[in-house]
Design a protein around this ligand. Structure first.
Ligand code: NAD
Ligand code: DAU
Length: 339
């Protein structure tokens, strides 16, 4: 079994590669990644020399490079994590989100058709459903919830999802889609809420909470997401969408306070800053379908997962210090320069 994993030098893709190499001895994992600002080859250091792993630097929008790799590897499956993934960056610069997230997806699927790939899996997001009101805790996103996006990022992901389903219906491409809630864990890029707050708290820097901090996200430990995708690509029904989430809703302000407690920092570091434009209020996944059909349930409780994550950032400072000392400084200055 050969699986091409795109975006495998990023947060979830790298965790997926480690998970699959551990769970499926004998599988060959080929990582195709452009190494944008969000991709780090150092993340894959521990597997780079292995016979059952190959890294190729390429852009999923580059048809020639993608086809060359498919011709060489003749993959059985493709799992597409490659994307521009940060909502705030999509608000500043939507164009690259449309290119990578939509056009890149179509280039990959064209190659899958040409080389007779048995399964194309699209890693999508709960953000395609838009948001839920804060005063209706009884409402959840199901696979039937209409797509109703808020940001250029989520719109590009929804566009890709529609294209994936169209390739299935029109060309009979064997596809599956997973729509997961917010992940956390090792190798999470420091522009995102949890790692940003850990890095800032450790440096005793202000903790920038957008607006009042009452927006709700549904957090899932990254390995639970990887296990869900593993189940879907092997046992999921072709043409189907599976929501992935663990009923673990938290307000942003709660998350930041938990991190302060874990790191023994004062909550006085918290600073309320200007709200994100179009800020989604609440995400909450109903994972009944993946539980019913594939037996998936999350294994890591948030209380344990956040402790493990904080520990990981303490033990792996070199990894994230290198990232935040480079071009990331300019991004940070632009986003948070005022505090
Ligand atoms: P990330 O930003 O950490 O990593 C993205 C990776 O894709 C990077 O390694 C980057 O170099 C690579 N990449 C970007 N553009 C590329 C291109 N044109 N060609 C090849 N490689 C390219 O993202 P992540 O948080 O790991 O998210 C991975 C996927 O999961 C995304 O599709 C995202 O939409 C989805 N997702 C993320 C979350 C989350 O909480 N992070 C939740 C649900 C779904
Ligand atoms: O729900 C899945 C999505 O989760 C994925 O599709 C995206 O790729 C991923 O980035 C994530 O999107 P969010 O926008 O929810 O994640 P982010 O970490 O950027 O923000 C989480 C919440 O925290 C959100 O309500 C905005 C808020 N926030 C974020 C940052 C970076 C702050 O209050 N301050 C900050 O500095």
């Amino acid at each position: 079994m050969t699986i091409i994993v795109t975006g495998g030098a990023g947060f979830i893709g790298s965790n997926f590669i480690f998970y699959m190499l551990k769970e499926h001895p004998g599988y060959r994992l080929v990582c195709l990644d452009k190494l944008t600002y969000a991709g780090n080859l150092s993340t894959l250091e521990s597997v780079l020399g292995r016979d059952d792993f190959r890294f190729v630097r390429a852009d999923i929008c580059d048809r020639e490079a993608v086809e060359r790799l498919f011709a060489e590897e003749k993959p059985d499956m493709v799992v597409n994590f490659a994307a521009e993934s940060h909502v705030d960056r999509s608000i500043e610069n939507p164009g690259i989100f449309l290119e990578t997230n939509i056009l890149g997806t179509s280039v990959l699927m064209d190659a899958c058709r040409k080389y007779g790939v048995q399964r194309y899996h699209q890693v999508s997001t709960d953000e395609v459903y838009g948001d839920l009101p804060l005063d209706r805790p009884d409402l959840f996103f199901t696979e039937e919830t209409p797509l109703h996006t808020s940001s250029p990022y989520s719109s590009s992901k929804a566009g890709a999802d529609l294209l994936v389903l169209a390739y299935c219906r029109t060309y009979g491409l064997p596809v599956t889609i997973s729509r997961c809630s917010n992940n956390y864990g090792p190798y999470h890029f420091p522009e995102k809420l949890i790692p940003l707050m850990i890095a800032n708290a450790l440096a005793n820097k202000p903790l920038p909470v957008y607006g009042e901090g009452l927006n709700v996200r549904d957090w899932l430990y990254v390995e639970d997401h990887c296990r869900a995708i593993d189940l879907i690509i092997h046992k999921g029904r072709v043409g189907e969408v599976y929501n992935v989430g663990g009923h673990n809703e938290k307000q942003n302000i709660e998350i930041v306070k938990i991190i302060c407690r874990e790191l023994d920092r004062s909550e006085e570091l918290i600073v309320h800053v200007e709200d994100r434009k179009g800020h989604d209020r609440r995400y909450a996944i109903d994972p009944a379908k993946i539980h019913r059909e594939l037996g998936w349930l999350p294994e890591t409780k948030f209380e344990d997962g956040i402790k493990k994550t904080v520990r990981w950032y303490l033990d792996n400072q070199k990894w994230w210090q290198e990232i935040i000392s480079g071009e990331y400084q300019q991004y940070y200055e632009k986003m948070y320069g005022g505090i």
